[in-house]
Design a binder for this molecule. Structure first.
Ligand SMILES: *Cc1c(COP(=O)(O)O)cnc(C)c1O
Length: 347
């Protein structure tokens, strides 16, 4: 029989699939790789033997990632996106409740429930930082905490001292650095030394969302334990080959495109703040959270009519009338700015 008790509390993960000319809803890298690099990557796929199972250890990809991030291979475990790794963490680290600061990335809550654990969702403070007073009241109930660093969808970095304070209470911390390349701040040094800290990274926000490759960084002892539950062939042969090639061949290109996005983020922030009634929240990621005077679902719909897709995040706590826009190519950002002005003018 289907476990109704567990499933009634869950629903299928929804993402934004509406067709629009300018899509700024999923925090992907807005720039494509140069055609010749993509062709060469695809040619390499030709040569992999699709008939065979992939390398269960994804050895070459792991080498490329270790080199790209700058950590030893033995401290890495790969997942089918960091989403898979979030599942693994919820399943094997700790057994008590799970601390989740909200609003944040929905997968922490979903994984916590799937693992049959009790979520402790603690509201952030008015600056979207961890609220220590509220946190104190649940610390005895939890032994695992998730932090999106920077936080999706608010875009800020939580204070390191506050995260450390939680860890000092004997709580294991999983620091999700999906947007690391746009923020530059990291817990990797701690994840390489401490048994109560892991870091998550992903290729999704630096141009390879379609490949589904996530990275967990931790001490050998933790990697060895999580390896026990990892699905044997979780990274497809195609993803292994393409990601390895792109990380080696297009490393500088990725860096350059990330810098371009950061530059555009600053410009977009400035331009958006100039629009009457728009409140912009400073971001360390590749997206920007903003609030308008109107119901977010209305703004969202009106923008779709203008062929622009952003994410309505107003269903989350503390984010009344808020939307999230991914930083796009310069021309897409201009298109978005123009349409946002028009829509707010009209409402
Ligand atoms: C986008 C995102 C991820 C990425 O997940 P993948 O499964 O690697 O694509 C992870 N964490 C956060 C906070 C994100 O915003």
């Amino acid at each position: 029989m289907i476990n109704k008790k567990k499933l009634d509390d869950l629903s299928p993960y929804k993402t934004e699939t509406t067709k629009c000319k300018v899509r700024l809803s999923s925090n992907e890298l807005p720039f494509e790789f140069p055609t010749e690099i993509i062709y060469e990557a695809l040619r390499q796929v030709d040569e992999t033997k699709i008939r065979l199972y992939p390398d269960p250890e994804a050895k070459r990809l792991k080498e490329a990632i270790a080199d790209f991030i700058g950590v030893p291979e033995e401290n890495i475990l790969l997942g089918n996106g960091s989403d898979e790794l979030i599942y693994y963490i919820s399943l094997v680290i700790g057994e008590k409740g799970v601390f989740i600061p909200v609003p944040t990335f929905p997968m922490y809550l979903i994984s916590t429930k799937v693992a049959g654990r009790k979520p402790f969702e603690v509201y952030l403070d008015p600056h979207f930082d961890i609220d220590v007073e509220r946190t104190k009241s649940v610390l005895g109930e939890v032994d695992l905490a998730f932090f999106s660093y920077p936080n999706n969808p608010t875009g800020n970095l939580f204070s390191k001292e506050k995260i450390n304070f939680i860890r000092e209470k004997g709580i294991f911390i999983a620091v999700d650095e999906a947007y690391y390349n746009y923020a530059g701040d990291t817990f990797i040094n701690e994840a390489l030394k401490r048994e109560d800290t892991v870091v998550l990274r992903t290729l999704s926000k630096i141009g390879m969302s379609g490949l589904r490759v996530g990275v967990l960084i931790g001490v050998k002892e933790i990697i060895r334990e999580i390896e026990k539950i990892r699905l044997p062939f979780n990274i497809s042969a195609v993803s292994q080959v393409i990601a390895t090639y792109l990380l080696c061949r297009a490393k500088d290109y990725i860096k350059c495109m990330v810098d371009k996005v950061i530059e555009e983020r600053e410009r977009l922030e400035k331009e958006m703040s100039r629009i009457k009634g728009v409140e912009v929240f400073k971001s360390k990621a590749n997206f920007i959270l903003f609030r308008t005077p109107f119901p977010a679902d209305v703004v969202h719909k009106e923008l779709i009519k203008e062929d622009v897709l952003v994410r309505d995040v107003s269903y989350m706590p503390l984010l009344e009338r808020c939307l999230r826009v991914s930083v796009g190519k310069p021309e897409d950002n201009d298109f978005f700015l123009e349409k946002l002005r028009i829509v707010l003018e009209r409402l």
